[in-house]
Design a protein around this ligand. Structure first.
Ligand code: A2P
Length: 268
């Protein structure tokens, strides 16, 4: 599966990205990212706060691929809510990744993690202006948000010159965040699905297991395929070569009837 979505910037973004959340920096992240690139992934998702930008950057360099062949995302830490710190934090990410630019730079969350739900609307609007400057410098080819709900995203849209290209949210079978998903998509904001396997928690779901055997696939493949058929962009994470390869091998279609069954599951 090497197809692309098209961002509202006109840029292509490979439909499946390799997620690196919770992959420890160093040899494990380096090998996993290198394996992903060798298996055909051309889209890597990291974040400053994952602490693994250096390993991701080294794997990209050592892959032998040209930088332009890879779509690379990183994120402004959620606890940076002072506009004056944005440029310097971004430059630190670039230096750690060892690259001149990223393809997508996201505000990691609307609030610092320890203040989940707090109102940082004013700060996010100011930060977005800094994101726009980074975008116009060419060092982030696209900019977006993550973990934004409808109100958070509306505030940006009402004040922005540049419409966010993506909203990366927690999204998997049974946890499809319909309100913000529909709102984002209606505004031309690509929904990226992090934890598309619910960090592993849907792997032993009996309904999905039965469906996987019907499609002669794995639960992970059904979960990834489900994202694609809803127009979201899955970012599966794995450190195992066979899983990494399997998660890209999803050239089958779930029928409408089966999609409806999956739509009716409620998990969290
Ligand atoms: P591991 O990292 O040990 O390879 P998510 O993408 O939702 O965050 O889920 C990641 C979890 O799912 C990790 O524990 C990962 O295991 C596991 N995983 C990823 N791909 C597969 C797969 N194809 N089959 C089974 N488990 C998988």
């Amino acid at each position: 599966m090497t197809d692309n979505y098209t961002l509202n910037t006109g840029a292509k973004i490979p439909k499946i990205g390799f997620g690196t959340w919770q992959i420890p920096d160093g040899e494990i992240c380096y090998q996993a990212t290198l394996t992903a690139l060798k298996s055909g992934y051309r889209h890597i998702d990291t974040a400053r706060v994952y602490g693994n930008e250096a390993s991701v950057g080294k794997a990209i360099k050592d892959s032998g691929l040209n930088r332009e062949e890879i779509f690379l995302t990183t994120k402004l830490p959620a606890d940076i809510k002072v506009a004056a710190k944005v440029q310097e934090t971004f430059e630190t990410s670039l230096a750690t990744l060892g690259t001149d630019y990223v393809d997508l730079y996201l505000i990691h969350a609307p609030w610092p993690w320890q203040e989940r739900g707090a109102d940082y609307t004013k700060e996010n609007i100011e930060i977005w202006q800094e994101m726009e400057k980074i975008n116009s410098s060419g060092k982030a080819k696209a900019i977006g948000v993550s973990n934004f709900n409808v109100a958070d995203l509306s505030a940006i849209l009402d004040n922005a010159k540049v419409v966010p290209a993506a909203n990366q949210i927690r999204w998997f079978i049974g946890f499809t965040q319909d309100e913000v998903t529909k709102f984002s998509q209606a505004k031309g904001v690509l929904v990226e699905a992090y934890s598309p396997l619910a960090t592993g928690q849907i792997l032993d779901n009996e309904v999905i297991k039965a469906m996987a055997s019907k499609y002669q696939s794995s639960v992970a493949q059904v979960a990834i395929r489900y994202c694609l058929q809803h127009g979201t962009l899955p970012l599966p994470k794995s450190t195992h070569e066979d899983y990494i390869a399997q998660n890209l091998d999803v050239d089958f279609a779930i029928t409408e009837e089966d999609m409806a069954i999956l739509d009716n599951l409620h998990l969290s």
